[in-house]
Design a protein. Structure first.
Length: 131
């Protein structure tokens, strides 16, 4: 039922270029209440939550960045990085990982460091730069 409500809200606010913010999304998802037990804090979907809270531009940017990481990973045959992005994307469909900045920060650090290692390993320079 939360997915249906999130889709209804998404179609109501489309094109939503700059986002509604997390507080407004919580309000819209729970008004009227979906059930008498839960107050939903997010859309339980990475893409819907990103679109609602941060807007179409941020959501498209996130998708483009993920595709760029996958393209680089395929080019360098880094199957670990491809698997990592695929797993995060899969979990993102069933849970809104972007609604908690702590989780999002850790995921972005993991992807960014893996991408940096992939690029460094294929740049011809094998040693780590001095601190």
């Amino acid at each position: 039922r939360i997915y249906d409500r999130a889709l209804q809200v998404s179609t109501k606010v489309f094109p939503n270029l700059r986002g509604l913010g997390d507080a407004e999304v919580i309000s819209l998802l729970n008004d009227p209440p979906i059930d008498n037990i839960n107050v939903y804090q997010h859309a339980h979907n990475f893409f819907l939550q990103s679109f609602l809270a941060y807007g179409l531009l941020a959501t498209v940017s996130m998708i483009v960045a993920a595709v760029a990481v996958v393209v680089v990973a395929i080019k360098f045959r880094d199957w670990y990085l491809i698997l990592m992005v695929a797993l995060i994307g899969t979990f993102g469909i069933i849970e809104a990982l972007v609604s908690d900045l702590r989780v999002l920060t850790i995921l972005m650090m993991l992807i960014g460091s893996s991408l940096a290692i992939t690029l460094q390993n294929h740049s011809g320079r094998r040693e780590l730069p001095p601190l």
